[in-house]
Each structure stands twice: as C-alpha cells, then as structure tokens.
Design a protein around this ligand. Structure first.
Ligand code: MF3
Ligand code: CO
Length: 260
C-alpha cells in the first residue's frame, strides 16, 4: 500500500530532509585523508541529534550506525569502521533522519582529495542521472519512466546499473512502497500521483553490474572490484515538476569553498 502525504506532512518531510542535507555537508567538510569512517558517523549522529531529530538508520533492521560509508568498490550499506580514508578514495555517505514522525533520506558520493579522472566522470554521471530520473517524478508518469531515464543515461556513457537494490517510498517509515528501481521500461509500473514521496537512488558501477554481500551481511560490493557511486534524493511527486525535499546545495557550498 502506498501512503499519500498531505501538504502538511510534506512540509514535515522537508524539515527532516533539510537536516539530512546539512548533516551530509557537515560530513563532507570532514571528508579528508586521515579521518576514519566511524569519526564521520559520529559527526552525522551528533548533528542530527543536535537538531532534534533521530538517525533513521540506527537500529533499522539491526543496523548499528547513523550513516552508511561505502568506499570505492563498496556499493552501498557499508558500516562505519576504523578504516582511514586515503587520497584518491571515493566515499558514498548515505544518511537518514526522522523528526516529527517523518523520515528524510539522501546520499552523496564525495572525493577524498584528488581522485582519478575516471572516478570524477563516474560521480558526475551518477549525480546527473539522479536528476534525469527526477524529471519523470511527476504526476501522470510511471515508476518505469524514472528507472528508464536513469538506466539509459548511465548505460549510454558505458556504466552499469546495479540491479536488486532500489529506491523506495518514504514517509513515517524509512522504506515504504513503491519500489523504485534504477532501470525499467517507459510507460510501465506504478502511476505517480501528487502526495507520493519517493527516494530515488541510482547506484552505478564503473565496471559490470554484478555485486555480492560481504560477511557483515550489509555491505554490497562490486564483484569486479571496480568503483561504484551512489546519489540519492527524497522527492515529492507534484504536477509538472518534482518537489525535491533533500538538497545538495549545502554540500556544493562547502565544496566550492574547499576546492581551489
Ligand atoms: N538509503 C538507504 C536505503 O534506502 C538507507 C538504508 S541504510 C539502513 O537503502 F541501514 F538503514 F538500512
Ligand atoms: Co534510501
């Protein structure tokens, strides 16, 4: 069952997502060689709690932390650890926050210092593909239109779309119906209507699409050991244009100030 949100509920979700957006920027400021992913987790958790919200991921199906920190060939859901970031790594930071009963969910892939041109291009394309998908997150379009847009954008540039891990509806629960795959057929799937809120989250591999799960039961990794990127926004379906509830603008501000 898909839970439609009222305008008031969407405003609450905008607040939760704004906390997530700021938390990701706080983490981004600290993404540098020498910091551990567990230190980044603490920064996010502290920021979320200081803003009167709860980390959505902590305790979710037994998950032990507030963010996922997926480095290089880790696709998604990597658990923060003593791993020390090094120059040239890429790190996907996925973050969720709940306030007033509603969740926000967003992910951004950061560069650690200077990264390869190959990595830079993968990040650029993955981020762009998210916005290609969002173009179809409007009343009257279908879930398949969103996935198709993401898939064609990435595959045309030589990348692979991870299958079996998807975006999702979001609201009072972190994961609600419908499932939002990053691939699909135009004109197929659930019809979108105003009041639906979905998290769109392309996970795109440099090499082939195959993944496996590490022994911790959470971390998804590429089978070929090549890097993977992940960007995510929570968006409310509306007429004509999607209403993007999360934001990368705070991240863009800090990165502009940092990158010379
Ligand atoms: N954005 C991720 C997802 O939707 C967040 C889940 S992490 C978990 O899959 F730890 F909460 F599972
Ligand atoms: Co999500």
């Amino acid at each position: 069952m898909i839970f439609l949100k009222t305008d008031e509920e969407i405003e609450l979700m905008r607040i939760s997502n704004d906390i997530v957006a700021h938390a990701l920027a706080e983490v981004g400021k600290n993404v540098k060689p020498g910091i551990t992913t567990l230190q980044l987790d603490k920064i996010a958790e502290t920021f979320i709690r200081d803003n009167g919200a709860n980390p959505s991921f902590l305790g979710y199906e037994g998950y032990t932390n507030s963010i996922c920190t997926s480095v290089n060939d880790q696709v998604v859901h990597a658990i923060p650890s003593k791993y020390v970031l090094k120059e040239g790594d890429i790190i996907s930071v996925d973050c969720g926050a709940e306030k007033s009963g509603f969740h926000g969910d967003s992910c951004y892939t950061f560069c650690v210092g200077e990264v390869s041109e190959e990595a830079r291009q993968l990040l650029k394309t993955t981020r762009e593909s998210l916005y290609e998908g969002i173009k179809f997150a409007v009343e009257g379009k279908r879930i398949g239109d969103v996935g198709h847009a993401i898939q064609t954008y990435c595959e045309n540039r030589g990348y692979s779309v991870v299958h079996g891990m998807n975006g999702h509806g979001i609201g009072r629960s972190l994961h609600e119906e419908p499932r939002v795959p990053n691939y699909g057929k135009s004109g197929f799937g659930t019809k979108l209507k105003t009041g639906m809120v979905i998290a769109i989250e392309p996970m795109i591999n440099l090499g082939n699409e195959n993944i496996y799960f590490a022994d911790d039961g959470w971390t998804a990794k590429t089978s070929d050991g090549k890097i993977s990127a992940h960007f995510e926004h929570t968006v409310a379906i509306a007429k004509g244009q999607a209403d993007i509830l999360s934001s990368f603008k705070y991240i863009d501000e800090i990165l502009e100030n940092n990158v010379k």
